[in-house]
Design a protein around this ligand. Sequence first.
Ligand code: C2E
Ligand code: CA
Ligand code: CA
Length: 757
Amino acid sequence: MNEKELQGRLKRITVLVIITVAVLLIAASMISASLKQVLSDTTEEQMKSETDEYKINILRKLDADLQTLQTLASFFKFSDTMSTGEFAEGVYEANKHNGFSRMGYFRKDGTGIRVTKSQDINLNVKVSELDESFQEIIEKAWEGESSVSRIYYDENLDRQTFAYAVPVYQNEAVIGVLGATNSIEVFEEILDDSTTLYGKGYVQLIGNEGNYLVRSERSVVQGTRDTIYQGGYLSKEEEQKIRSYMEEGSSAFSHFTYGGKDYRIYLEPVGVNGWYLFCTDTTRSANGSVYMIVLVTRIILYAVIALAAFLLIYGYCLFKQNTRRLIKIAYHDPCTDAYNRVRFIQETNAVLEEDRSYTGIEMNIRQFKFINEIFGRTQANRLLVHVKDVLEENLQEGEFFGRDSADRFLILMRGTDRETIYQRLIRIMDAVGDFAKLKHLNYKIRLYCGAAFADAVEEVAELSPADTLFTHTSFAINTAREGHQNTVWFYNTDIHKDEILQNYVETHMEQALQNKEFKLYLQPKKDLRTGRIGSAEALVRWQTGDGTMIFPNKFIPLFEQNGFCVRLDLYMLEQVFRQIREWIDEGREPIPISVNQSKLLFYEEDYMNNLDRMVEKYDIPPRLITLEILEGLALENVDELNRKLAKIRAKGFRVSMDDFGSGYSSFNTLGKLQIDELKLDKAFLQELTRGSKERQEIIMEQIVDMAKRLHISTVVEGVETPENEELIYALGCDYGQGYLYSRPVSAREFSDKYMEE
Ligand code: C2E
Ligand code: CA
Ligand code: CA
């Protein structure tokens, strides 16, 4: 995953987090709002239904009183037959048994009688002296209508009072009006209910002017006020609203603020004289349990949401921070904060995809190891940061650099003009050199660069253009290293051929082994006594996919370093077994073949098992296989080597020591080694042609002599001329190997040429 993908992922997660938090908030406010609504709905329902109940009770009371009065009226039909006094006595008696505070009977002429409960009887009352409200309903009664008056103040009784009036009939004609009054205390009894709204409310009776008729003792609004509008606790708008509703005679919800608290109110018309029931809910201000539960629920909800949002955002911040840190670690060099190699190569590939007119540069500091050791890590790190600063200053738009490892900087510069690039690099190297002056160090810092042009990079199958480009720069820098000053070396295909090949070898060996690109070649060895081909040496050739032949000196040393020779040698050994098997199967007389065994393979744990396995698999007598080992093996531990050799030879294999005389070989080791054959290095014969002939001859003679006495057969390599052959024959060598007889040829060619059927 590269940085862009990481950034993209981060962006997607950011959006997701924002959306989640938004959804949480919306959900919370919706739940909260609906809770609030439910609470308000239930309270409103409650207010409505309870107020209705009071209304019904009031109406029922009025109705009952009117009915009582009407029943009495039907008894008073016969009033003509009695005296006024007797009649009044009767009414007084009747009043004792009902709830009215006063009763009266009025005749057509506007006179009448009045009794006051448990007080007096007035035989001469004038209707015109009664309160206007009373007069109004008496008028109505003459019309045949029974009704209830508005509330008025009765001076005699010092009470807020209201009156009823019903017609008295005789022969279907109204002959009088029966009236009664009552104190509004009867409503107080009805309205004075401490259970209103579960004890969290109260109901009052008001007139349609907003004037109080019955006030509740539990009213939150204190002080003497005549109407609900006084005191200004109802806002102007609400007052307006209430007034207009009351004019229409419809019910209304409203609210007011008093003492800093908000109260909900409900107004319901009673249906009599414009009276209204005025219900107030005090839940909100009191600790109403439902309200509290809802409030607490809402607070918890908000807290949970806030916590969830906090955790989400906190986690997200951590994630973001970590991703940033990861990107930093993954793509930046911690010391200088420059791009690391991965990132640099990524960026370079992105650029080269669009445009190839760039130059890749690898830059190193001379003796950086020394600087590190002498001046210390801190100073060396400062130098690296200084290089970074110089590069930043000197690079142009669209150019960039990275630090690969230690003192290795990679740079991508625009353009492919050799001279311009050279001049710019020299300037950069000089500027880096100033570091010593800046730090007052008595040491000249010098650098070297390898450069390669991106437009000359060829497509290589498994390599990205940037990888190829920076392989080229590393070839070039290897040459630049050899100088002593600030040096720039440009990559050149011809000069770096070897390196290109080396690079190819390293990157393609695995694939080549799988594709069977390693071929068995054979070079004959001539038996000098019989003059016939007595045996052969197996030599590897790498035949690449495009037919190019790579010789072992180009890859064997590398394989010895990287360990791959273990696998290659085993492979070649198996090819040899197979070849001998083929000869036997084809009915040819098999000859022994010697196989080169690298040092690493020789000490492989499974080596013996592998030998056994192959002998068994191909059913070949081991004496047909000679294992060629290098003299270097003997240098380390002769005893241990001998033990190993003994085992191998016990199995029947022959052992030959290769390249004797080319290195550190000594007569001493030769004497100790348990081997069957000694190969004299081709250097002996090559030296002969260069003079000092006699000395070489003496040495060779001694070696052959000693081998003979140790019963070791001898092979001389590099026999190129008939003179060479003559000499080795004269020295008494057993075998000759060299171009005089044949170059190494493919196994097929060898079989055709030398192996009779
Ligand atoms: P070597 O074992 O000393 O093999 C002999 C080399 O001398 C061969 O080179 C051969 O071509 C060359 N040669 C033969 N006759 C003459 C001659 O008259 N004059 C001259 N100048 N050279 C002659 P080649 O095949 O290039 O092999 C080079 C080396 O690579 C071998 O040296 C051997 O050390 C190594 N090698 C080759 N094949 C294998 C292998 O399968 N495994 C291992 N471990 N090493 C191998
Ligand atoms: Ca050899
Ligand atoms: Ca050799």
